[in-house]
Design a protein around this ligand. Structure first.
Ligand SMILES: Cc1cc2nc3c(=O)[nH]c(=O)nc-3n(C[C@H](O)[C@H](O)[C@H](O)COP(=O)(O)OP(=O)(O)OC[C@H]3O[C@@H](n4cnc5c(N)ncnc54)[C@H](O)[C@@H]3O)c2cc1C
Length: 457
């Protein structure tokens, strides 16, 4: 199996401080359950299993160091959104399945919040709520429809804020209104995932870092080969997210797509005063290829999204993208003209996992000895934590409310082989971009720009 590429450090990993990885696996060991992947999903599955079955021998193998994957690089939004959000997903999934999915995601946010509280995890958690902002009149209509639809479905904690209300919170001349959902939690993801490593260790799981699973043989037990060792295990968890297609057994369940982020230097008092944002809400816009942004406790603006990268076949060398980073830097000036002289200090990116219907999927692989979780796209921070409980129930063969959720044991339409796979991915991204272009057409017709605003968005 190919080795995973080195990646530019996220703000979170770069500012984490000294980190001491667990030693790699040397020699042969036995396990009841082996978990491949040391991100939120893998570590929390280990923790959830040990909480209910402390005698199980649980082994986690992480190819690099904990937090190397999306869990150490993300935008830090723990949210209720699935797939493309409240507009498209009810049509894509069917209304009843969508409602069940949304309830699952509401629970995911609550469970993550409760976990942080219960285990006293220090990860800069705040619960400032979520704004999905409209930057054109067409997006105003789209978001107002989303609010009405969600309220009609019985989700009453989703509200519409008009232009004056949203600008009172965050002063961008671009904001014309917003969907408001108070539920969202923000964290420092590197601190969270590494604290979860320590938690899993404390509960008795064994964790080996810098230990890629290079080959898996399905025999009477699973035989997992690593560069300097072997694990024999009764059961197996693939918690490998956007890297899952590298395993032949799961090749067609998901593909990686890449999203990019930048972070600024800490904002000065003058800058902060000009943008308001006292409530530190997590913000996304209403596009398909969303922008997402927040303020950190040390007052940096962190922003991601816009252009999405797609690679051919197994190529994973796309964590860097100059034009996407430039786009994000321009987008800061588009949103907040007064921040035009603020310096960017961190630029990074990484893969997220995409199923062909943009919906998460968990289930068994063949018989009930192996399970997987893929397809959280850019919404796995909350979901991965509840998914860990779902995977636990699947592994222990316990039927529960979680194992009945719409993401579990569903038919996952396979991605076709290359070159068709790339053609479909490019076509899907092209369609989403075209729709964004159409919704933003009023920004291109001649109109005075807010003072100092950059012209591109
Ligand atoms: C830039 C970015 C921004 C994002 N922003 C958000 C956001 O704001 N909110 C949100 O909800 N979601 C966001 N996401 C998605 C979210 O981070 C993920 O859904 C979530 O972290 C997935 O966790 P995981 O544990 O399943 O996967 P990962 O954290 O990716 O962990 C998988 C691990 O498997 C390891 N691995 C792979 N192959 C092997 C092997 N052969 N052997 C051993 N180990 C292996 C990898 O090294 C990796 O550490 C973002 C993603 C990215 C990339």
């Amino acid at each position: 199996m190919q080795s995973l590429p080195d990646s530019p450090l996220s703000l979170w990993l770069d500012t984490y401080g000294e980190y001491h990885p667990q030693p790699p696996l040397e020699g042969e060991i036995e396990a009841d359950i082996a978990i491949i992947g040391g991100g939120f999903t893998g570590l929390m599955t280990a923790y959830e299993l040990k909480r209910v079955e402390p005698t199980l021998r649980i082994v986690v193998l992480e190819a690099k160091t904990v937090g190397y994957g999306a869990s150490g690089r993300n935008g830090s939004f723990a949210m209720t959104v699935v797939g493309l959000g409240f507009g498209v997903m009810p049509t894509l999934m069917g209304v009843e399945r969508f409602k069940a999915a949304h309830r699952y995601m509401m629970r995911a946010v609550e469970e993550l919040d409760a976990l942080i509280e219960r285990e006293k995890i220090e990860c800069e958690r705040i619960r400032p709520g979520f704004l999905r902002v409209a930057t054109t009149k067409a997006y105003v209509r789209r978001l107002q429809e989303d609010v009405e639809r969600m309220n009609r479905f019985g989700f009453s904690d989703i509200f519409w804020l008009d232009q004056a209300e949203v600008r009172q919170r965050v002063n961008s001349p671009r904001f014309l209104g917003a969907l408001w959902e108070p539920r969202l939690v923000l964290v420092n993801p590197a601190k969270l995932v590494r604290a979860e490593r320590d938690l899993a260790l404390r509960y008795g799981a064994e964790i080996y870092e810098n230990t890629p699973a290079v080959e898996i043989r399905r025999e009477r037990r699973f035989r997992i080969l690593t560069p300097r060792g072997k694990v024999y295990s009764e059961k197996l968890v693939f918690a490998t997210n956007a890297y899952t297609h590298l395993f032949p057994l799961l090749r067609r369940k998901q593909i990686p797509a890449f999203t990019y982020m930048v972070a600024t230097e800490p904002l000065s008092e003058r800058h902060l005063e000009s943008i308001g944002w006292q409530g530190r809400e997590g913000i996304e816009d209403a596009r398909n290829l969303i922008h997402y942004y927040r303020l950190t406790p040390d007052r940096r603006l962190v922003i991601g999204g816009g252009p999405v990268g797609i690679t051919f076949a197994d190529d994973l060398n796309a964590d860097r993208n100059e034009s996407a980073w430039r786009h994000l830097e321009e987008h800061i000036r588009f949103l907040f003209p007064n921040l035009r002289d603020v310096r960017v200090t961190h630029r990074w990116g990484g893969p997220f996992s995409v199923t062909i219907d943009l919906t998460p999927a968990m289930g068994y692989l063949g018989d009930r000895r192996a399970v997987y979780s893929v397809g959280c796209i850019g919404h796995g921070v909350s979901a991965s934590h509840l998914n860990a409980q779902t995977l636990r129930d699947l592994l222990l063969e316990r039927r529960s409310e979680l194992t009945e959720c719409p993401f579990v044991r569903r038919r996952v339409i396979p991605w076709p082989p290359e070159p068709l796979r790339s053609l479909i991915a490019f076509a899907l991204r092209g369609y989403l971009q075209l729709e964004d272009w159409w919704y933003e057409r009023e920004l291109r017709v001649a109109q005075p720009e807010p003072t100092g605003a950059a012209s591109r968005f």
